[in-house]
Design a protein around this ligand. Structure first.
Ligand code: 13P
Length: 292
């Protein structure tokens, strides 16, 4: 199977009423762990790059894309490559030029009509290169951040206790209109999750998710995956979520393993980190019910 279009992996999710796990990775050891860990569990997986300036400087798009493609060719599971949250049109085009086959056009902070306009423009260009586009409607904010890991949308802090306020949730009416107007491969929706470390246990609104799922055929994406209890994930995955994004806890575990590795593994430090992360991924994707 190896390197795959994200749309094909999403269709496996639609077929099996299940969600594929997608991880933000920032370098070789994390990319390796995502792909080899998913292979251990025999599940499809999506590797995402979050386009924060320092990360892209350290690991430019073309290196990231080439690394994912090279490692994907070594495994038999489907592996997708995706650019996470990006609201910069030129940067998205640059990622496509560098080999990304799926991108997120994040217009979620824009008014509805402007979000439609921005995402449509990305879709127009992406189609020329046969690239998939994920849109976002409603707004998945930031729960909090820790010293070790700055969450995806640093600076957009929403909701008491870090949980998105109801006014930020996606409505079924908007989701229907948006997916009729814009040909996105998937849509990130807000129904109670937030990026970063939750200050209180989140409570997903499965009723809101069901309403959205009833009015659109577009695969839905759950962002802010770190720290959501498993029973809520099982519910979300059976009510239309076909892609599940995880970043913060993977980043935090990487930092912990790096600290430990100096004491425990000496010269084998990199291996220690890579193996610890691979075990985490293999366990983490166990709730993915896609059958290969
Ligand atoms: P977390 O960092 O909260 O796991 O969210 C990741 C995410 O949604 C990336 O798009």
């Amino acid at each position: 199977m190896a390197f795959c279009k994200v749309r094909d992996i999403l269709q496996m999710g639609v077929r099996d009423n299940a969600a594929v796990y997608a991880f933000d990775a920032a370098g070789l050891e994390q990319i390796w762990a995502v792909i080899k860990g998913a292979e251990k569990a025999n599940k499809p997986v999506i590797v995402m790059q979050y386009p924060a300036a320092p990360l892209v400087k350290m690991y430019p798009f073309e290196y990231f894309a080439a690394t994912v493609k090279a490692l994907a060719e070594q495994v038999s599971i489907p592996v997708g490559l995706h650019l996470d949250h990006c609201s910069d049109f030129d940067m998205i085009v640059d990622a496509i030029r560098c080999g990304f086959t799926s991108v997120m056009a994040d217009g979620s902070t824009l008014p509805f009509e402007e979000n439609v306009k921005f995402t449509s423009e990305v879709v127009r260009v992406a189609k020329i290169f046969d690239v998939d586009v994920e849109g976002e409607l409603g707004h998945v904010g930031v729960a909090s951040k820790t010293e070790d890991y700055v969450a995806a949308e640093d600076g957009v802090n929403v909701g008491e206790g870090g949980i998105s306020a109801d006014k930020l949730y996606t409505t079924a009416e908007d989701a229907k209109r948006f997916t009729e107007l814009v040909d996105v491969a998937s849509l990130a929706v807000a129904f109670g999750s937030a990026h970063g470390v939750y200050k209180v246990t989140p409570k997903l609104s499965i009723s809101r998710l069901s309403e959205i799922n009833a009015v659109t055929e577009t695969p839905l994406v759950l962002h802010g995956g770190s720290g959501i209890p498993e029973d809520q994930l099982v519910e979300a995955f059976s009510h239309g979520i076909n892609k599940f994004n995880v970043g913060t806890e993977f980043g935090m575990l990487t930092n912990e393993l790096k600290k430990e590795s100096f004491e425990k593994a000496g010269r084998g430090a990199e291996m220690y980190v890579r193996d610890g992360l691979t075990d985490y991924i293999a366990k983490k994707v166990s709730l993915c019910n896609i059958k290969l």
